[in-house]
Design a protein around this ligand. Structure first.
Ligand code: SAH
Length: 244
C-alpha cells in the first residue's frame, strides 16, 4: 500500500521520490533509442495509444494533459495524432530530452517541470483527457496523483492510467525477467512493493469521482519485441475512467 505522504499543492516535491528522479535522470539519454532502456515503452506505445483513442472519444482535437510524460513517447504520439498536449514530469533531464525530440520532429508539445498536483491547482477542469501511464508505481502517494488527475479533467472527460499489478506474475516478468534475466531495463527500475492492484487503483479513482469504464492488460513479448493489449491484467494493465 502507498506510503501516506500527503501532497501539498504549494510543494511540488512533496509527492516525489528523489531516488526515482535520480533513476530517471540516468535513463534520459537513450530514451528515444528503440533498442535502449526505454525500448519496451516504445513497443507498447502503439497499443496503448489505440486504447486511449478508442475509449476517450478520439485523441484528435482534444486538450490532453500527460502526467509523468518522461521523454515524451506518448505525449508526442498524441500531439502527432492531433491533440494539444501538455506534458509534465518531475525529472528535468527527461524533459530536456522530450523538448529536443519534439523540436527535431517539428511537433508542438508544452513540456513543464511540474507535479500533477501543481498543474491541477493551476488548471482545474481544463483538460478533455488526462493520461498518466507507467508513473503511479514511482510516486510515494499514488492516490494523490489520481486525485490530481481527476481535478485536471472536465466533467465527462476521460482519465487513463497504466501501471503494474502487485501480483507474482508481475514480479516474475517485470522485475525478475526484464530487469535481472533479460537485462531489458536496468536493475532496480521497479520496486514490487509499489506496484498497484487494479482494485486499489479503482478504489482511489472512485474516491476522486472517476468511474471505471474499460480495462485491459498490456503484454510485452521480449522475444518478438512486440507490445499488445491482452486480457490478462496480472502484470501491466491500463484502465480508462470517466469523470462523473
Ligand atoms: N509516461 C511515460 C513515462 C513513464 S516513466 C510513458 O509511459 O512513456 C515514469 C515517469 O514518471 C518518469 O519520467 C519520471 O520522471 C516520472 N515521475 C516520477 N515521479 C514523478 C512525480 N512525482 N511527478 C511527475 N512525474 C514523475
Amino acid at each position: 500500500m502507498s506510503v501516506a505522504v500527503k501532497n501539498s499543492n504549494a510543494d511540488p516535491q512533496a509527492n516525489t521520490d528523489p531516488q526515482e528522479i535520480q533513476k530517471f535522470t540516468e535513463l534520459a539519454a537513450d530514451w528515444w533509442d528503440l533498442n535502449g532502456n526505454s525500448g519496451p515503452l516504445h513497443r507498447i506505445n502503439p497499443p496503448r495509444l489505440k486504447f486511449i483513442d478508442e475509449h476517450s472519444g478520439g485523441i484528435s482535437g482534444k486538450k490532453i494533459a500527460d502526467i509523468g510524460c518522461g521523454g515524451g513517447i506518448l505525449s508526442e504520439a498524441m500531439a502527432k495524432a492531433g491533440a494539444t498536449v501538455t506534458g509534465v514530469d518531475m525529472t528535468d533531464a527527461v524533459l530536456q530530452v522530450a523538448r529536443k525530440h519534439a523540436n527535431d520532429e517539428g511537433v508542438a508539445v508544452d513540456y513543464k517541470l511540474c507535479s500533477a498536483e501543481q498543474l491541477a491547482a493551476e488548471q482545474t477542469a481544463a483538460f478533455d483527457t488526462v493520461t498518466c501511464l507507467e508513473m503511479l508505481e514511482h510516486v510515494p502517494d499514488p492516490a494523490a496523483v489520481i486525485a490530481a488527475c481527476a481535478q485536471l479533467v472536465k466533467t465527462g472527460g476521460s482519465v487513463v492510467f497504466s501501471t503494474i499489478n502487485r501480483h507474482p506474475k508481475a514480479y516474475a516478468t517485470v522485475v525478475f525477467g526484464a530487469e535481472y534475466v533479460l537485462g531489458l531495463i536496468p536493475k532496480g527500475t521497479h520496486d514490487y512493493a509499489k506496484f498497484i492492484k487494479p482494485a486499489e487503483l479503482e478504489h482511489w479513482a472512485r474516491h476522486s469521482g472517476l468511474a471505471l469504464k474499460n480495462m485491459s492488460g498490456i503484454n510485452y513479448n521480449p522475444l518478438t519485441k512486440m507490445g499488445r493489449l491482452c486480457r490478462n491484467t496480472d502484470a501491466n494493465y491500463i484502465m480508462h475512467f470517466v469523470k462523473t
